[in-house]
Design a protein around this ligand. Structure first.
Ligand SMILES: [Zn+2]
Length: 353
């Protein structure tokens, strides 16, 4: 038995036990990791949140040019949200993408096509003074959390949230929509708490000290954080994640995007639109922990029927082989090492100890 016959969690996943049918304890009963997650949600509560979302999308109107800011990454989920919100709710949308320096060329192409076809205003934001280079270098060199996805990706995610809020305040936009899929990230479910926004408390507790005392100057932080005056403002935006509560399947999203000619099939794969730093993060995490750092989220999506197990079983097998051997990814890894002035093999050696 190399992985669970229902959800694909592998045999070396922490605290996993299989029964005689090859079904894992995470599937047999609600294991602690699942029930403790902020994403654990009853059908009744999800219905209440869905109604809140519907009311909000029907009634939100901004005092200036825009009603909603939508973060657009060039991947399937944020594109689907942009399309659906424009089509079904007719809100005045400002789409925003953050150029971290590591967007894939496919994602950048998708963004350009999507903006033109849907017909919305769009801002491409590039924070100055090498902010993201500093951030990535730091969180690769000082791993925080259970793997490099939690260290690097979560630090970056917090900053992108902060940037979206900064621009929403500047343009007086009362609502921000984020394209997070079900079960991600593991610190936000449906809505970012208002007190965290007002207190400028964007960074997850484990990362906060490093973010505030780490490699950044005050000017660096000012360039990405909303103004300290936010706690005195009465137009603080709400930040919502519709995919946490809407009913959908990955197949529905794919079909809609193809029918609307928004992302062509060859440019829709997560592997092609994801941030390029997934390549070193997956390489390090797979070789340190022996399993894919996204496997827990994937197992939840499979169990809930949002994605097909057979399709992902093959993708995982191929992916794991590639992370291990670095076939195809070596030139990209070398290029990223050069940009960040770090060595992934040195990092791997430290953590494999
Ligand atoms: Zn299972």
């Amino acid at each position: 038995m190399s992985s669970c016959s229902i959800c694909l969690l592998p045999k070396n996943y922490p605290a996993i036990v299989f029964d005689e049918k090859g079904v894992c304890n995470y599937c047999r009963y609600q294991a602690e990791e699942t029930t403790k997650s902020v994403h654990a949600c009853s059908a009744e509560r999800r219905q209440v949140l869905r109604e809140d979302l519907e009311r909000t999308l029907r009634s939100t109107r901004g005092p200036k040019d825009y009603d909603v800011l939508i973060a657009l990454s060039g991947g399937k989920d944020s594109t689907y949200l942009l399309h659906r919100i424009k089509k079904e709710y007719g809100l005045r949308i400002l789409a925003v993408s953050v150029d971290t320096g590591f967007l894939s060329s496919v994602a950048i192409d998708n963004i350009k096509t999507i903006i033109q076809r849907i017909g919305v205003d769009h801002l491409f934001i590039t924070p100055g003074s090498g902010f993201f280079l500093k951030l990535y270098r730091h969180f690769f060199n000082h791993k925080i959390g259970k793997d490099f996805v939690h260290s690097v990706c979560y630090a970056c995610g917090c900053v992108i949230e902060a940037i979206a809020i900064k621009y929403a305040l500047q343009w007086e936009i009362p609502l921000i929509i984020q394209g997070y899929a079900r079960w991600q990230p593991d610190n936000i479910f449906y809505e970012m708490p208002r007190n965290e926004i007002v207190n400028r408390d964007y960074f997850i507790p484990t990362h906060k000290k490093e973010m505030l005392q780490g490699p950044f100057t005050e000017r660096d932080l000012e360039s990405v954080l909303p103004s300290p005056d936010i706690s005195f403002m009465d137009n603080v935006p709400r930040v919502l994640c519709p995919l946490h509560v809407w009913d959908y399947s990955v197949e529905d999203i794919r079909r809609t995007l193809q029918a609307e000619n928004l992302i062509v099939k060859s440019k829709s794969s997560t592997l092609k639109t994801n941030c390029l730093l997934n390549i070193p993060m997956l390489y390090l995490d797979y070789n340190i922990n022996g399993y894919n750092p996204y496997i827990f989220e994937l197992s939840c999506l499979i169990r809930e029927g949002h994605v097909k197990k057979e399709e992902w079983k093959n993708k995982m097998a191929i992916g794991n082989f590639l992370f291990k051997t670095r076939i195809f990814s070596l030139p990209i890894l070398k290029d990223i090492e050069k940009k960040l002035a770090i060595s992934f093999d040195d990092i791997l050696a430290i953590h494999k100890g």
